[in-house]
Structures are given as C-alpha cells and as structure tokens.
Design a protein around this ligand. Structure first.
Ligand SMILES: Nc1nc2c(ncn2[C@@H]2O[C@H](COP(=O)(O)OP(=O)(O)OP(=O)(O)O)[C@@H](O)[C@H]2O)c(=O)[nH]1
Ligand SMILES: [Mg+2]
Length: 249
C-alpha cells in the first residue's frame, strides 16, 4: 500500500531533522546537504519544516558579530569577548526558537582576516543564495569612527554577497548603548557630513539598517529587526494556513 504524499513528506522531514542535527557542526556540508535534499523532496509538510530563516553575520573582527548572534538567539551560543586576537575563527551555526519561530544564526570569522577566510564566507553565502532557503545577511559595524579598515570590511562584505545577497542584507550597527543620551543612530549616520562615507554605505544598502545594543538582552530589538526585514508577521495578521516564518523571502 502506498503512503500518502503528506505522510511521505513528514517522514522525509523527520529523517532530515535527524541528519541536520548530527551535521550542525559543519555548515559548509550542511548547506550543500540542504540544497541536495531540498531538490529531492517535496510536499507542504516537508517544506514548512525546512523553510525557517537563516541569518548570517558578516563583518570585521571585533565589531560584535558573535554578541549580535547571541542577542538574536537569546542565549550565549557564540563566544563573545574583548580580545587582542580574533575569537571567532570558523563558520558556525546555532539554532533556536526565537519569538516562537525556529531561526538559525551563522557566525563567521572576521572578513579581513585572510583571503582564504573571505573565500570561505563567500562560498557559504553563495551556496545559501543558490538554495531556496530564506536568508538574511547582517553586515555588522560598530557605532563610532568609520575608519578606512571599516570601509574596507564593508566593501569585502558587499563583494562576498554580490547583488543578490545585497538585496537580502541589512547593515547592523552594534554599540547602541554607546550612543550619547538622546542621540539616535540616524544622528550618527547623518553627522558624517564632511566625508559622507557612512551615508554612502547606508545608501548602498538602500537605507536598510538596524541598531543593536548587545549589552541589553531586550528581545524587542530582535523583533524590530525581524519585522522590518519582513521575517516576522505582525500580531494582528493571522497566519495563513500552512505558512511559516521566513517563507515570504
Ligand atoms: N558596549 C557594547 N559592547 C559590545 C556590543 N556588542 C559587542 N560588544 C563587545 O565587543 C567585544 C567584541 O564582541 P564579539 O561579539 O566577540 O565580536 P566579534 O565580532 O564576534 O569578534 P571576533 O570573533 O573576535 O572577530 C566584546 O567585549 C563584546 O562584549 C554592544 O552592543 N555594546
Ligand atoms: Mg566572534
């Protein structure tokens, strides 16, 4: 007797989850595996379980990528500390239920660390973009001086993402707690009248930016980011049947 396609999809999904969790330490393989399995499986039950959002953090070493990942996930998933040496040296992924939805966050090494590192990040992002998985790329910079090195890091991130990746990208400012009382991130962006380098970058991101204070675990800043990037539905909109977080992307 044949199984119904719904039941078949459910079983594929269960098999997939078992393999995914055993492979989560190796996201390179994981992404390739995801692309492979998503081609060979179909059905609404299968797709809704696979279609959860993946957020990739990219930026210069020490800007607060890992801390931002922890803010999103609501737990200390990635090692984050002030150090003279880069702390994150590998691409790694962590998954959590965030505001009622499964979300994966991928932390990456500093983009200017080496050409090899940049190539690895590029491959990861381009593989992800080739898959049908909903994704959000966060190019992380810290509020403060926007130095030559910061500019170089943003340029490298833009190169890694390419035009398709840029469409799914936000600039993420960290250090919200370091803005003086009463100053907004807009004041910070637009104050740079002389050089206008930061404003130029913000315009390249089509004014998609967000501010995090990683010293405050307030989940409202995460909710705001997911809302403005179109990955969280407003509470007053009931979920359409069979839909899930991130499937809008
Ligand atoms: N005040 C303040 N400090 C922050 C914020 N975000 C990160 N930091 C601090 O910045 C330092 C570096 O943060 P990490 O999260 O390790 O930065 P990273 O980009 O992952 O650094 P590497 O992995 O070493 O390249 C830590 O001491 C964090 O506590 C923030 O929003 N406000
Ligand atoms: Mg780190």
């Amino acid at each position: 007797m044949h199984m119904s396609s719904e039941r078949e999809a459910e079983q594929k999904s269960k098999r997939y989850r078992r393999v995914v969790f055993s492979r989560s330490s190796d996201p390179q393989t994981w992404t390739q595996f995801w692309m492979q399995i998503s081609k060979s499986a179909s059905g609404p039950a299968f797709e809704s379980k696979l279609a959860y959002l993946i957020i990739v953090l990219i930026g210069k070493s020490g800007v607060g990528r890992s801390a931002s990942g922890n803010t999103i996930l609501g737990r200390a998933a990635f090692e984050s500390k002030l150090d003279s040496e880069p702390v994150t040296t590998e691409i790694s992924e962590q998954t959590e239920n965030v505001l009622g939805n499964q979300i994966s966050v991928v932390d990456t090494p500093g983009i200017l660390e080496s050409k090899d590192t940049e190539e690895k990040i590029k491959k990861f992002c381009q593989d992800l973009l080739q898959s049908s998985r909903p994704c959000l790329f966060l190019v992380v910079i810290r509020v403060g001086r926007f130095t030559e090195e910061d500019q170089k890091a943003v340029r490298a991130a833009m190169e890694v993402l390419g035009p398709r990746g840029m469409e799914k990208s936000y600039l993420l400012f960290t250090g919200g707690d370091m803005l003086e009382e009463g100053r907004t991130v807009e004041d910070f962006i637009f104050q740079d009248k002389k050089e206008g380098k930061l404003l130029e970058v913000v315009i390249k991101f089509a004014k998609r930016y967000h501010l995090f204070n990683n010293k405050d675990a307030d989940e409202e800043q995460v909710r705001d980011l997911l809302m403005k990037s179109g990955h969280l539905r407003t509470q007053d909109q009931p979920d359409p049947p069979g839909s899930s977080l991130g499937m809008r992307n």
